[in-house]
Design a protein around this ligand. Structure first.
Ligand code: FES
Length: 162
């Protein structure tokens, strides 16, 4: 290795240093835009002199970061221990099937986005789903489908009024 290559290797941040630098920057970007736009990843890549893949790696490791714009209705399925044991995965499957999206994605019409989260602080009501910041506890696949249908109806009504 030449001296220049040595110096370049030494100036590359370690994985821990990269996370330490990146997380507050990603948080700030998400607060501003509601998600992490790919243009921002490109900008960070230039600023920090690390690849976009490394930045995506950090952003996707933490559930907290969104890589897509949030939908009008944000759905969060709790998969903390109590909710997982109580059937949270089945609830997640129900939503994935109904909306045709995976966690971290937003429907094409930008109405719904889906996230999986760890404990939302309502373990006594597990399994829980949070829709637009409202916690819905003791959910079953059937009650969840009803809830999503009612959201759909409300949306249609408010669209007619517009
Ligand atoms: S594990 Fe779901 S609310 Fe605590």
């Amino acid at each position: 290795m030449t001296d220049i290559e040595d110096a370049e290797a030494m100036s590359q941040p370690t994985a821990a240093e990269l996370q330490h630098q990146l997380i507050p920057m990603l948080q700030e970007i998400q607060e501003r835009f509601g998600y992490i736009p790919s243009e921002a990843v490109g900008w960070l890549s230039q600023q920090l002199k690390v690849s976009s893949q490394e930045i995506f790696g950090v952003a996707t490791f933490y559930n907290h970061f969104r890589l897509n714009p949030p939908g009008r209705h944000e759905i969060r399925v709790c998969l903390g221990t109590a909710c997982h044991v109580g059937g949270g995965e089945r609830l997640l499957d129900t939503i994935k099937e109904k909306l045709g999206i995976e966690p971290g994605e937003t429907t094409e019409d930008e109405r719904y986005s889906l996230e999986r989260v760890a404990c939302v602080g309502a373990c006594a009501l597990s399994p829980a789903v949070v829709i637009d910041d409202e916690v819905h506890g003791r959910m079953t696949q059937r009650s969840l489908k009803r809830l999503l249908d009612s959201l759909e109806r409300q949306d249609k009504k408010s669209k007619k009024r517009e």
